[in-house]
Design a protein around this ligand. Sequence first.
Ligand SMILES: Cc1cc2nc3c(=O)[nH]c(=O)nc-3n(C[C@H](O)[C@H](O)[C@H](O)COP(=O)(O)O)c2cc1C
Length: 203
Amino acid sequence: MTTGITHPVLDQTGQHLLFSGAHSVRHFSDEPVARGVLERAWELAKWPPTAWNCQPMRVVHVSSPEGKARLLPLVDERNRAKVEQAPVTSILVSDYNYHHDLPELFPRAAGLREMLEEGPAGLRIKHAHFNATLQAGYFMLAARAVGLAVGPMAGFDAEAVTDEFLDPDTMHALVLVNLGYPAPDAAVIRLPRLPEDRVVTWV
Ligand SMILES: Cc1cc2nc3c(=O)[nH]c(=O)nc-3n(C[C@H](O)[C@H](O)[C@H](O)COP(=O)(O)O)c2cc1C
């Protein structure tokens, strides 16, 4: 029996903004990014799922000249101009101590916090990295949804960035994401994507 209710679908403009029309941007205009835009991005980025609803990703927005000066030497040389030019470079972080929040975030699993606290640290860290990495993907989509151009970068010294900006005993820098508005020369040729028949199998 059909209910007659149709499921909402993102229109083509939205699909283009988030997926088919979105590029990794390496040249940004001078237009600054208002704090409110980044706050709106987080209001979207916070919703998608994580295991146990654990939400281990943390974000450090680096936008001040002082912050950029601390970050720049820790970025691969080929990426330095991109970081220098982007109005904001966000450090997306995995927080191993996410389990402290589990009684609030996932109250139906009594004892989970203690299990993770007392169990092998490797398990807790593995979950932190995996789920924070998922959140990093959601974060980039959310930034695009509020009109920002996004330039992810793994070309940096993650240990050094962790030491410089974070508590290295409990956190790890996963990826840098440049954020801003594209410069007129930002457009790049679309790189190919794998077609469904090389990726998907049906069983
Ligand atoms: C995890 C990750 C790390 C990346 N690291 C770098 C980087 O260090 N420097 C850079 O210029 N681009 C980097 N990129 C951008 C990719 O090269 C780019 O997303 C990919 O080639 C697809 O290009 P497109 O988004 O324009 O289609 C990175 C992207 C991701 C997701």
